[in-house]
Ligand binder design. Structure first.
Ligand code: FDA
Length: 454
């Protein structure tokens, strides 16, 4: 077993881990990054399909994500706008296809009024929430004890309004059904993006993409750190340290490496912490709190066509329906590409449902759903791919982790608290930028800053 000595070990070469390593190295620390996979990036992954780029994981950048925007500028990465010219599509409960412009779906006037009223109420509540400490809200416990589905039920009896407002947080963000997370968790999701209105505004939340794909952020960070710092195919198995002698530091063990350091940063999804053995075991509080987090689950569907045919029909490619298998879909054509790409999302229970089918049946059902938005041509892509993060051993879901009912108020404040020499950093514990690359960068910076402060 090779033995290395360093100042800080970072476990995980995603955006959080590589940011932390970059900050520490810039401050003069020796750093080693241990990554389980044979690539860097974690949930950022540029897929190459016969020369065609598909962004299998995260891709969009919104204007409030200043930590990510700063990183993009620093790495010299260019962005471009999502295509959004023309009309959007909404499909009603009876299957009627309605075209619309702006953010508010073409629903009956009463439903529209209910939707606008809910957005206003949620914006007001979100304004009271500090995304860095949602548990500090005076009604945090109460809001964490009621599911978002129940909360919506206390506000309106309009089913279509509930489904649409639910979709912005459930299918589109936490990728869990509205009965599976609390109203407080929903408010955190919205507060992390600045307001609930921002989540409703696709032009804001899904604004820009990076030329060449967002995985270039971790790829470039890793390149700058160098191969002697970033070590691939090194799943960490054990972390040892001595509570009686904290100055003795920490030893991090993989199958072929033993790294001795003063501090370690766990920069992986919190649901994976229990894959590592700790000697001594983590404290009772961490044993408990990590069990109250779970990953959402969504299939990101990519369908590439010879041309972006929907544009010729005057469509933007933006499409929504709480009644469709693909609850949202967008024009995802790459920068400068003559082909057209659509991206659609199948979330939580719908994803469970289609994964019980054969691959052929699943593809047919998903393309059928896309055809409801864009017409029959959508059924014949030249390239089709489903991002399946649920089967990725080192992620186990998408997009990210959130607390179960009551978990955020009960445990949230302890999620980032270091244990001895062990610090934690991941998008899944961010306030601003929660569940996004921006949050991962923020948490990487924070963990590094805390270590540097001593
Ligand atoms: P991440 O999970 O990326 O990195 C953790 C790393 O730790 C991984 O590389 C993993 O292999 C490694 N690891 C785990 N266990 C280990 C062990 N025992 N030993 C060593 N290494 C270990 N965000 C956004 O901003 N815009 C978007 O459009 C989207 N869209 C989106 C779509 C899809 C399909 C997904 C899956 C995700 C998104 N996201 C997103 C979310 C975004 O991708 C995500 O929040 C961040 O990339 C997470 O970065 P982290 O570094 O925190 O974790």
């Amino acid at each position: 077993m090779e033995r290395i000595e360093t100042d800080v070990v970072v476990i995980g070469a995603g955006a959080a881990g590589l940011t932390a390593a970059t900050e520490l190295k810039a401050a003069g620390k020796r750093v080693v990054v241990l990554e389980a996979r044979d690539r860097v990036g974690g949930r950022l992954w540029n897929g190459d399909f016969d020369g065609h780029l598909l962004e299998i994981g995260g891709q969009w950048v919104s204007p409030d994500q200043d930590a990510l925007i700063e990183t993009l500028a620093e790495l010299g990465l260019e962005t471009y706008s999502r295509y959004r010219e023309g009309e959007n599509v909404y499909i009603a409960e009876d299957g009627e296809r309605r075209l619309f412009e702006g953010e508010i779906f073409p629903v009956p006037a009463k439903t529209e009024g209910e939707i606008l009223g809910l957005i206003e109420k949620l914006d007001a509540l979100v304004a009271e929430i500090d995304p860095e400490a949602p548990w500090a809200h005076p009604r945090a416990k109460e809001l964490d004890e009621i599911s978002f589905a129940e909360w919506l039920g206390t506000q309106t009896d309009d089913e279509e309004a509930k489904l649409n407002i639910g979709m912005f947080i459930a299918g589109a963000m936490l990728t869990k059904p509205t009965h599976a997370f609390s109203a407080l968790q929903a408010l955190l999701m919205a507060a992390s993006a600045g307001s609930f209105s921002h989540l409703v505004d696709a032009d804001f939340i899904l604004d820009q993409r990076v030329v060449g794909g967002l995985q270039q952020v971790p790829l470039r960070l890793a390149e700058r750190l160098g191969d002697d710092v970033v070590k691939l195919e090194q799943p960490v198995r054990t972390i040892r340290w001595s509570p009686e002698d904290p100055a003795a530091g920490v030893t991090v063990v993989t199958d072929s490496l033993e790294v001795a350091a003063e501090r370690v940063i766990l920069a992986l999804a919190p649901i994976l912490y229990s894959r590592i053995s700790y000697d001594p075991p983590l404290p009772r509080r961490q044993h408990q709190l990590h069990q109250h987090l779970s990953m959402g689950f969504v299939i990101k569907v990519h369908a590439v066509y010879e041309t972006p045919f929907w544009r010729e029909q005057g469509l933007s490619g933006t499409a929504f329906s709480p009644y469709e298998l693909c609850h949202e879909a967008y024009d995802n054509t790459n920068h400068g590409d003559t082909r057209g790409t659509l991206v659609g999302f199948v979330s939580d229970e719908e994803a469970d449902g289609v994964f019980s089918l054969s691959a052929e049946e699943r593809q047919a059902k998903i393309l059928e759903s896309l055809s409801h938005y864009y017409g029959e041509q959508a059924k014949n892509p030249v390239l089709y791919y489903e991002s399946d993060w649920g089967s990725e051993e080192w992620t186990r879901g998408a997009y990210a982790a959130s607390f179960d009912m009551g978990g955020l108020a009960r445990y949230g404040a302890d999620l980032r608290e270091p244990v001895g020499p062990i610090s934690f950093a991941c998008s899944d514990m961010a306030g601003k930028g929660y569940q996004h690359v921006d949050g991962a960068i923020r948490m990487g910076r924070l963990a590094a800053a805390n270590i540097l402060q001593g």
